[in-house]
Structures are given as C-alpha cells and as structure tokens.
Design a protein around this ligand. Structure first.
Ligand code: GRF
Length: 212
C-alpha cells in the first residue's frame, strides 16, 4: 500500500520506529516507511527495519568531511526515495537548515518531555528523565512536534502527560513516557497523512476532517 512515503531517522533501539511500523501494518494505513536512516551502524532500529524488508542506510558524520556534507547525503537519499514525511525517532543529529527548509512542516520529532520543559540543547534520552526526576516534577510526558531551526522549538502537534510518583526513578519515568510516545507518534503521523494538521504562527490546529 503506497500513499505517503515516510523516512524514519534513528540513532538507537528503534521502539518508536517499531510502534510506527506496527500501527501502519495493523491498521493497513495508506502509507509506507520507505527508508530508515541511522547515524550509527549499531542502532538496533536498523535490525527492526531490515526484518520488515525496509531499505536502510547509515550516514555517520564521522565518515564525512563535515556535518553539512552528511546532511546533504541525507537530503539526497530523501529526494531519491520521494519522501513526503520525515520522522525523527530518537535521532541524535541536528537536521541541517537546508533539510528543514526543504521539508518545512514535514519533519516530525518525538521528544520525551512536555516541551518547553527539559527540552533544547543537551536534553535527549535519559538526560531528560534525570532532569525531570531531579526537579521533582509531579507531571511529565511526551511531545510530538514539527521540526524547525530551533532544537525542540517547532510547532507542537500532540502532548500527553503522565504522573510522576515519589518512588519513581529516571528509569521508571522513561518507561512511563515511552508508552505515551509509542501512542502519540503514530497518531501524529496519521493526522499528517490525513492532511489534518494546519500550522499558523508556530501553533498547530488539528482539523476535524480533511479540508480539501
Ligand atoms: C525516545 O525516548 C525518544 O523520546 C527520544 O529518543 C528515544 C528513542 O527511543 N527522542 P527508541 O530508539 O525509539 O526506542
């Protein structure tokens, strides 16, 4: 089933990638993950993609003259595949401005906190949950947003909160938040594919139905 062609960019285990693959196949959605790109050759998400017969590529900036050259290689692969939506699922590299420009409001990222809390430079993976734990927040959560030039600064699409108990640790907080991520990311991708996301002044309106 073709429809929207998606590229998923990863750096790690790929549980968000897996959630997206499962959602597409369970619901028989009119979209395809055509390409998985990792900046790390040992990312288990690559194994997950290969198990589904999805084309994978490793673009490690250490093997390029500079970050921009690696970014341009990513852009080349995206355009060769006719990608309509880029999903960042635990991707730990910056997206070059040229890619953000070409794919304005067509790059979706999942972040493991309620942006703007614990977001921006230096806030990724377990560091986010360690900061939430140390601050003693009673609520944290997950955010899906469009990517712009500012780290974690793009228009917010969906958010969901979860309570943090005194007994929680950064690890148990991460487990709670991952459950939200695995639901929110596929939901946001479906809304995008249905043409139901309208961005105005860094705010996102979720349309009740497709406005043709
Ligand atoms: C998730 O916590 C996600 O929020 C963050 O990186 C992690 C990726 O996990 N961006 P996985 O590789 O999808 O399991």
């Amino acid at each position: 089933m073709s429809g929207l062609k998606i590229a998923v960019l990863i750096s790690g285990g790929g549980t968000n990638l897996q959630a997206l693959m499962d959602d597409i196949s369970e619901k028989q959605l009119p979209m395809t993950i055509s390409l998985i790109i990792s900046n790390r050759s040992n990312a288990y998400g690559l194994v997950r993609g290969k198990q589904q017969g999805i084309k994978t590529a490793v673009i490690d900036k250490a093997t390029y003259p500079d970050r921009n050259a690696a970014g341009m290689k990513v852009l080349q692969l995206l355009e060769e595949e006719g990608i309509g939506l880029i999903v960042l699922a635990g991707y730990l590299e910056m997206i070059p401005e040229e890619v953000v420009r070409r794919y304005r409001n067509r790059i979706i990222n999942i972040h493991p906190s309620l942006i703007p809390s614990f977001s921006g430079k230096g806030y990724y993976g377990e560091r986010v949950h360690a900061a939430a734990y140390s601050r003693g927040v009673k609520l944290t959560g997950a955010t899906v947003h469009f990517v712009n030039e500012e780290t974690d600064g793009g228009p917010i699409i969906l958010q969901e909160a979860v309570a943090v108990a005194y007994e929680d640790t950064p690890k148990t907080i991460q487990e709670k938040v991952l459950k939200l991520e695995h639901r929110l990311l596929p939901m946001a991708v479906r809304l995008f594919a249905e043409g139901r996301l309208r961005v105005t002044d860094n705010r996102v309106e979720i349309l009740s139905e497709v406005q043709l």
